[in-house]
Design a protein around this ligand. Structure first.
Ligand code: PTJ
Length: 405
């Protein structure tokens, strides 16, 4: 294998790729093993290459299922065998559960033997699945051949990264299936009784620790087994992935929110103009708005926040503390290209912080009845409609919304 400098920022990822490729050349990993690995890597980026807390719950559920099983088995394919041999062997000893080679591609006795010998060279005392004789009912692929003392007999099967056909067939055969698959939308993940959406190399050691922890706790084990709901787990993982994607500009410091200064006034006027139904402001009106906002900058009790994206102003919010103890949010504007990224929400949250820090007990605002998007944003932040308002010069009514702090 090639030299990968230990201080390379992606040293582990490069080493794993090299491992997969090395063992593909040796005939342990399938020809398409590197493709499957790359698919996993892509999903791991979205997870942040760390095990999310919510996935740890699924790991505990899997550990409980393995401990409650009468005859648990760990199925091992080419990729799994070379990515985490020691961890899989450790898990098999800890549960205890036997290891069984089960591959999809190029299933020859030679390949089965190579994978089994490799696991034995890493410390496994016994590996099933070489030249097996039993068959999974209604599965035509070579994965259907299973060991009569292993998967055929098992009530719970752990299957790290593979295709969905076998998962479905095993479940139909009455087995409980635990999968480890980084892709929460794969058929394997969807059809399993519980999927662990995590990288195999992190999940297997965590699973071993969970098995050790749960061994002395039968009540918690049964509670975990009873509440096992793979659809809920999948939806929670998808939600987690989606939130990581949405939070990207914030987590990477692309969006910042700061107090407005003189240099932002031109942007504020232009952004305000883009929100005015009647169209553009005349040169004179623009000047009036410019002066109005300029004056607000220096007034006590008035707060103008500007959001920037990569240094460019992209939205603003301004409001003021009133004598009755309410905070009036006068405007909240996000420039068109930056809408839908959560910037309005971020400004609003900061405004709420300011209102609280100023001792205000409530935030109030008015928004056009026709502006459904703005109302949806305020509702999401728990603002409630409080009434309607007609203003001179506007074709449309305003809805008044408020939120107690
Ligand atoms: O050794 P064989 O012949 O049984 O073949 C093994 C592979 C993996 C090539 C075969 O099962 C296959 O083609 O799998 P798929 O259909 O590509 O599915 C692999 C799944 O595993 C994908 O959903 C990947 O996202 C996921 N995956 C890849 N690497 C990892 C992973 N999940 C967890 N940890 C990983 N390291």
């Amino acid at each position: 294998m090639r030299d990968i400098p230990a201080d390379h920022p992606r040293a582990l990822s490069l080493r794993l790729r090299e491992t997969i490729e090395h063992f593909r050349q040796q005939g342990l990993v399938a020809e398409t093993g590197p493709i499957a690995h790359g698919r996993g890597e892509a999903f791991d980026y979205i997870l942040g290459e760390a095990t999310p807390e919510l996935v740890k719950h699924d790991i505990y559920t899997a550990a409980a299922l393995l401990l409650e099983a009468r005859h648990p088995i760990i199925s091992v394919n080419g990729n799994a065998a070379v990515l985490a041999p020691e961890a899989l062997i450790e898990l098999s000893r800890t549960i205890p559960a036997e290891l069984e080679v089960n591959v999809f591609y190029g299933r020859t006795q030679d390949r089965e033997r190579k994978i089994a010998d490799y696991l034995i060279s890493k410390g496994a005392s016994k590996v099933l699945g070489v030249n097996p004789t039993a068959k999974i009912p209604r599965l035509t692929s070579s994965r259907g051949r299973v060991d009569k003392d292993g998967i055929a007999k098992a009530d719970v099967v752990l299957i790290p990264l593979e295709d969905g056909d076998r998962t479905e067939a095993l479940v139909a055969w009455g087995k409980k299936v635990i999968s480890i698959d980084l892709n929460p939308l794969s058929r394997t993940a969807l059809k399993a009784n519980i999927n662990i959406c995590d990288n195999l190399i992190r999940a297997v050691p965590l699973l071993t620790s969970a098995v050790i922890e749960l061994r002395q706790d039968p009540d918690r084990r049964r509670q975990l087994v009873d509440s096992c709901d793979n659809n809920l787990s999948i939806c929670r993982v998808l939600q987690f992935m989606a939130s990581r994607l949405v939070r990207f500009p914030f987590d990477h410091g692309l969006v910042r929110i700061q107090n407005a200064d003189e240099s932002h006034i031109d942007f504020i006027v232009t952004a305000t103009q883009s929100c005015i139904e009647e169209g553009s402001l005349s040169h004179r009106q623009r000047k009036v708005v410019h002066e109005f906002m300029r004056d607000r900058l220096d007034k006590e009790g008035i707060f103008i926040l500007v959001a920037t994206f990569n240094g460019r102003p992209c939205g603003y919010g301004d409001g003021e503390c009133r004598d009755d103890g309410t905070f009036y949010l006068a405007r909240l504007v996000v420039a068109k290209p930056f809408r839908g990224m959560g910037i309005g929400s971020a400004i609003l949250s900061k405004i709420e912080d300011i209102a609280r820090s100023q001792g205000c007990h409530k935030i109030v605002l008015e928004t056009l009845v026709s502006c459904r998007q703005a109302q949806a944003l305020y509702s999401m932040h728990n603002f409630n409609p409080e009434g309607f308002l007609t203003k001179d010069g506007y074709k449309c009514d305003f809805i008044v919304m408020g939120k107690h702090l």
